[in-house]
Every structure is written in C-alpha cells, then in structure tokens.
Design a protein around this ligand. Structure first.
Ligand code: GDD
Ligand code: MG
Length: 360
C-alpha cells in the first residue's frame, strides 16, 4: 500500500532550527523525524512512500534515496505551493488504489491496520483519524455521528464552535475518487474545501477515533522538544526507545569519572570527558565532544557539537556543528547549526540563528 506524505511547509515556527534543516530531517532520538513516521507506516504494510518535494528536499532525498529499508520512495515536485489538497492532486498519477495520506509534521502510533479495516468495512471514500486534544482551536475539529460518519469538519474552529475534543490527526485513508473533488493546478485545502465537498455530496466519509495512541504535531520548538523527551522517557514507544537510564552509542568514549543521571542517550563516536555530568533527559547526537566538567541537563544536542570545559547547558537545543567556548551558561535557549560562543558566555531564553559567531 502507498502513503503520500505532505512535506510542503517551510517549518517557520521551528526556526531557527529549520533554516538549514527541513522539519522532516530534524533528529528525534538521533534519527530523522520522518524516518520514525515511515517506520510506523511500514509496520502497517506500507511499501511505497511518496513525498511532495518541499523546503530543502535534497537532504531528504540523500537520506531516503530511492529505497528506504524495503520501502520504495518517490519525490514529486510541486513548483508552487498547492495546499494540502492540491499537493495530493499533484500525485494523482501515482495513486490508483486506496492510499494513506499524512500531514508531514505529525507523528502518531495510531493503529493504521485497524483504521484500514474500518475504512474497508464502511466502503468509505475517505477516513480521517481523530485524536483528542485539550484545545482544538489550532486544528481541524471533527464532529461525528454515532456510527462514526463525519457530520461536520471545522478547520481552526472559533471558541464558540468547539463542541468536541476530537480533531483531525492529519492522517487519512483515501480512495482515488477523492481526486474528482480537487481542482488541478490550484492551491486548495483538503480541510476547507475537499472534505466539505464530500459532506455536501453525502459520500461515505468516516472518522477513525483513537483516544489512546500517542499523537503529536511537531509544529514548534516546544513540541519538538517534547516529542524527543516523550520518546526518550518511554511515553511514546518506538523501535529506538532506549531502556531507562543511560544508553551509549558505538565507538563513544566515556571517561570513568563522568556521571549520568536520569534518561540519557549518547550517539556514536562521541567523547565524554572527565568530570562531565549529564542529567537526563538528555539526547546527544553522534560525534559530539563534551569537554571536562561540562554539565548538560534536560537538553537536546545534534551531531558534531563541541562543548569546551566547564560549560553548563540547561533546557536547551544545540543544533549540529555548534561549538561552545567554555565556561558558558546556556539556559532555555535554541542554538541553530554552526553557532560559536566565546568562553565565559551566558545566554538565557535566546534563539540564535545558524552560523552566528557570538562575542562578549
Ligand atoms: N505539498 C504541500 N503543499 N504540503 C503542504 C502545503 C502545500 O502547499 N501546505 C501545507 N502542507 C503540509 C505541511 O507541510 C504539513 O505537513 C501539512 O501539510 C499540514 O499543514 P500545516 O500548516 O502544518 O497545518 P496545521 O498544522 O495548521 O493543520 C493541519 O494539521 C492538523 C493536525 O496537526 C490540518 O490538517 C488540521 O485539520 C489538523 O488538525
Ligand atoms: Mg501542522
């Protein structure tokens, strides 16, 4: 079965991390976000994934190639943004039977096999997975009938329109009939247009309600941080979820005087120096060097990052190839890729753009 994944967005709300790294390639437990999504799809019988080619797609193409594990991978150009429906319509020639369609910024452990079985038994044209959230206002609210037929779909509901906690999880099963409801070559929205047309035409359009699975829209830095920590702390299980405590990648050197507490994942080929203290939850990418007496707490570190002696980093994200100059105090901050700090430097609640060389 094929899955189409919409990866058209610029990841604006994840800046500065997404200036040089597409959202899909941001590391989660040291593996690209999108690889977790595709692994989950493959666990439910997906053997071909079609990506719309978005922002910095070259990095995705280099990672996934033409085949990812046993899954065929295709990238489709979208010269100008076509919206969520237009992006799907643009892939029509590749989709001639029932397919999954996913928003590219969502990860969930929804039971897609059960969803497909329900879709088939309903003879549905479209089935939407629904997940509960505290505040549906930033999502697509979905009202259903008792038999799970969709009654109303309200994208970004106003406060007075909120009648349920169930929202569109950004995961659909669609029949090729859907293409007849989308105008070609135009920017159109599946949420605001296509789904409304299905309702007007009284087509078999159902919800698959899943209140128990893990679900997250990795739309901003806070959610990105939370998703990593949920994975690390076992609140969301995936094949990579490490056992509780410390896990150290191959070829990583750890000085015997280094101390680890809580859940910590260290990548491959790292060096953890004497007197280092790592207080989880902390994820450290491959080939990082953590200098003597550095303290890392509640943070995410990407690949090839260097900490000089006596740095203290708390509640922060340090992206790839950054280098901290020693005796730094960094808290609640996001440093994009390739940021340099001088020695004896402090930052709190800051967002630093890629390639910035900070000075005292
Ligand atoms: N190919 C393509 N072209 N993809 C696009 C385009 C486009 O022009 N515009 C958006 N996308 C992709 C985004 O990259 C993202 O993966 C997905 O479509 C949804 O767009 P968002 O901009 O993230 O929408 P949202 O989060 O506000 O709302 C959507 O997702 C919610 C669940 O997270 C809606 O589908 C809501 O109904 C839903 O509840
Ligand atoms: Mg989104």
């Amino acid at each position: 079965m094929k899955a189409l994944i919409l990866v058209g967005g610029l990841g604006t709300r994840l800046r500065p991390l997404t200036i040089n790294t597409p959202k899909a390639m941001m590391p989660v437990l040291n593996k690209p976000f999108m690889a977790h999504v595709v692994d989950h799809l493959m666990g439910h019988g997906v053997d071909e994934v079609i990506f719309t080619r978005g922002h910095l797609a070259g990095q995705m193409e280099r990672y996934f190639g033409e085949n990812y594990r046993s899954c065929k991978v295709t990238f489709i150009d979208e010269e100008k943004p076509l919206g969520t429906a237009g992006g799907i319509k643009n892939c029509e020639r590749f989709l001639d039977s029932t397919f999954f369609a996913l928003n590219g910024d969502v990860f969930s452990t929804i039971d897609l096999s059960a969803m497909l079985a329900q879709h088939r038994s309903n003879n549905a044209v479209a089935t939407i997975a629904l997940t509960p959230v505290e505040n549906p206002s930033a999502f697509g609210l979905v009202e259903t009938e008792k038999d799970n037929q969709i009654r109303r779909f309200i994208e970004k509901p106003r406060a007075e329109e909120i009648t349920t906690d169930l929202i569109n999880a950004g995961c659909y099963i669609l029949e090729p009939e859907i293409f007849g409801y989308i105008e070609p070559g135009k920017n159109t929205s599946i949420e605001r247009e296509t789904f409304q047309f299905l309702l007007t035409d009284h087509r078999p359009f159902y919800a698959f309600v899943d209140r128990n699975s893990y679900w997250i829209d990795m739309g901003n830095c806070e959610k990105y941080f939370q998703f990593n920590m949920d994975m690390l702390n076992g609140r969301c299980q995936c094949p990579l979820t490490p056992p509780a405590g410390t896990s150290i990648g191959d070829g990583t050197f750890v000085d015997p005087s280094a101390v680890f507490a809580g859940n910590v994942m260290v990548g491959r080929g790292c060096s953890i120096g004497p007197g280092v203290r790592i207080e989880g939850p902390v994820i450290i990418g491959d080939r990082c060097a953590v200098g003597n007496n550095t303290v890392l707490r509640n943070s995410i570190v990407w690949e090839n990052v260097e900490f000089s002696p006596d740095d203290v980093v708390t509640g922060s994200i340090i992206a790839g190839r950054s280098r901290l100059g020693g005796q730094n105090r960094i808290s609640d901050s996001t440093l994009a890729d390739g940021v340099y700090t001088p020695s004896d430097y402090s930052l709190s609640g800051s967002q630093i753009w890629p390639g910035t060389a900070l000075s005292n």
